[in-house]
Design a protein around this ligand. Structure first.
Ligand SMILES: [Zn+2]
Length: 195
């Protein structure tokens, strides 16, 4: 019985994760297919063991269950994708470009997937950018993943504090900004080494 609860949650999770995409619809269709198969197979089993007359009792529960899983799954699939907060984001990979707004509007590519605004505005360009990003992450796995698992929350907070400090210092001494750049450059290299 618990299996039915887990199965429903699994289907809904898949629908939610892949909402407004092919993946979510596939999760919903797959979930429905499995349940209808269970129904059909169960009927065959009942025929073999000679308890068909009890199958309707089971179906009284199963059919509402299928409707429930399907209905909520459908709801999950149609939920809007919440985009990262910010004025502007990459249309191809949804990377938040708010800090890079000026550069991107002038035609710079997205740092995450390399798509320019012109490229990301067409379906073909978005697909290309996504493919490029996948190819890149296969060649060189995200160096941040390991850090995110171990110490990312603290690190990002520290980095933000660091930046604030540097910003304040830069107001007083313009030379300090280049030093800050140096430190961040080293940070990136260290990240590479860890990865
Ligand atoms: Zn992008």
């Amino acid at each position: 019985m618990l299996l039915f609860v887990f199965f429903a949650i699994l289907v809904w999770y898949g629908c939610f994760q892949g909402r407004r995409r092919v993946g979510g619809i596939a999760a919903l269709a797959g979930g429905m297919f499995v349940l209808l198969m269970v129904n059909a197979v169960h009927f065959r089993v009942a025929q073999i063991f000679g308890y068909e007359h009890l199958v309707p009792v089971f179906r009284v529960l199963l059919y509402p269950y299928i409707a429930l899983v399907g209905g909520i799954g459908l709801f999950m699939v149609t939920l809007p994708i919440d985009l990262p907060r910010g004025e502007i984001h990459c249309k191809a990979c949804r990377y938040d470009l708010t800090d890079l707004k000026q550069e991107v509007l002038e035609g710079d590519p997205c740092p995450e997937c390399g798509a320019t605004i012109a490229e990301a505005s067409t379906r073909k360009g978005r697909r290309l950018a996504r493919k490029r990003r996948h190819a890149r992450s296969k060649l060189a796995p995200e160096p941040m993943i390991g850090l995110q698992l171990s110490s990312a929350p603290n690190e990002s907070d520290e980095a933000a504090e660091d930046q604030d400090e540097h910003r304040q210092a830069a107001d007083e001494d313009p030379l300090d900004r280049s030093a800050a750049g140096g430190v961040h450059g080293l940070d990136d290299r260290q990240r590479g080494c860890i990865a």
